[in-house]
Design a protein around this ligand. Structure first.
Ligand SMILES: [Zn+2]
Length: 416
């Protein structure tokens, strides 16, 4: 059967948006359900269907292109329809090993609700990338946009509470407004099936294909409501690594997503993470506000665990620029430095790329900028991290035998 996705109904119930769709053909197996729900913190009654359908499209269009399927909707915003083919070209450029195609069948509708005052919006998760973008555009007074259902799962209520508190505090500190989205978009697609479909790319579904469009398209409704002219989404990779990485959020994709006369800007691409940390430290001195950086991927609860690779990396980035991690959302003292060294020696396994793309900049910064006692950090300077990564224990941990044993233990533990 021909691959097809039909959007049957786009409904609004107060603040809630519900899209009903049906998939046919091979693509059908990619979906876990046929209903997509998003909740905003304002009434959606006056938002046209041509805009309301965009969050769903953002989630499923990359799949539609990969399956060369047809997607049918009653109406779609004209700006979105005009530009989105360029985002598809962006995927083509990033993944030459895959083929893309398919078509969108819908009536194009021009967005008319645009007030004279045009503001900007900024996706805000509270990490290093997000704060860099916030500081870069502070004078434009951006509306902060945060999604519950992306890195914080919908059942992590405490986690979301902490994240929301953090964003509200940031908005208050900087005199900004804030809006939130609650979306079940990560529960819509069977990521195992999607991962298999894109395996040849070397990347996974979420990171490689969905983390840009999937998020950005949620803001179409907000852009219409608040007449936004730009929505900024912070870069994760720097421009100088172009061609060496793959990611679903990239200028070649993000910058081609438009809706309701609003453009998306993939922001901060000119800086790498170490430069961003340096920039945050400078700006926080300038404004007299030390932001708590929320960077952890390991902990539920929306806080920094303080001892995973990402937390340590951020702490070391701050220290190497002579910043105090205690002022930026971490606990850091002499004992923590010792624990960090121990964890890097025994537990944390760094890929060659991670060392090359992140830790080389940290070490360079330690050598060039750090004014404190370098002895406390000598264990990670020079080639020490590379040597640490080659110990017999770490090499064993990378083997299939070890991974199999861990998996078996997990199954036994769950069974007991
Ligand atoms: Zn952590």
């Amino acid at each position: 059967m021909e691959n097809k996705v039909i959007v049957n109904e786009v409904q609004v119930n107060g603040n809630k948006l519900i899209c009903d769709f049906r998939a046919y053909g091979e693509i059908e197996k990619c979906f876990l359900k046929n209903e997509f729900e998003v909740e905003y913190d304002f009434d959606l009654t006056d938002i046209p269907k041509s805009i309301l359908v965009i969050p769903l499209l953002g989630d499923i269009l990359p799949l539609v292109w990969l399956y060369k399927a047809e997607i049918v909707a009653e109406e779609i915003d004209a700006d979105f329809l005009e530009e989105i083919g360029k985002a598809e070209d962006g995927f083509r450029e990033m993944y030459p090993m895959l083929s893309f195609g398919g078509k969108i069948t819908a009536r194009a509708v021009k967005s008319t609700s645009v007030s004279k005052e045009r503001k900007v919006g900024c996706f805000f998760s509270g990490g290093v990338d997000a704060f860099t973008t916030l500081y870069s555009h502070l004078e434009e007074k951006p509306l902060l946009i945060t999604i519950w259902g992306s890195d914080i799962k919908l059942d992590d209520i405490d986690g979301w509470g902490n994240v929301e508190h953090h964003v509200k505090k940031t908005a208050k500190d900087f005199g900004l407004s804030y809006t939130r989205i609650k979306s079940d978009f990560r529960g819509l697609i069977n990521e195992k099936v999607a991962n298999r479909k894109v395996r040849i790319s070397g990347d996974g579904w979420w990171h490689g294909f969905s983390c840009g469009m999937g998020l950005i398209c949620h803001a179409a409704v907000i852009a219409y409501k608040y007449s936004l002219k730009n929505v900024y989404i912070a870069s994760s990779f720097p421009a100088y690594l172009k061609g060496q990485y793959t990611c679903g959020s990239d200028p070649v994709i993000d910058n081609n997503i438009k809706y309701a006369r609003c453009s998306t800007v993939h922001d901060g691409y000119e800086m790498d993470r170490q430069q961003k940390v340096r920039y945050i430290l400078e700006k926080s001195e300038h404004y007299g506000i030390k932001p708590h950086l929320r960077v952890c991927w390991e902990s539920r609860g929306g806080k920094n665990c303080g001892h995973c690779e990402k937390c340590y990396r951020t702490i070391l980035e701050i220290v190497s620029e002579n910043g105090d991690p205690n002022q930026y959302g971490f606990n850091w003292n002499e004992d923590s430095i010792k624990r960090c060294e121990e964890d890097f020696r025994k537990k944390i396994d760094l890929s060659e790329k991670r060392i090359q793309w992140s830790y080389e900049s940290i070490i360079k910064s330690f050598n060039n900028h750090y004014n404190g006692d370098k002895n406390a950090y000598s264990w990670m300077l020079g080639d020490n991290l590379i040597v640490m990564n080659k110990t017999i224990l770490k090499q064993f941990k990378r083997t299939i035998v070890y991974r199999g044993l861990r998996k078996a233990l997990r199954i036994v533990r769950n069974y007991i």
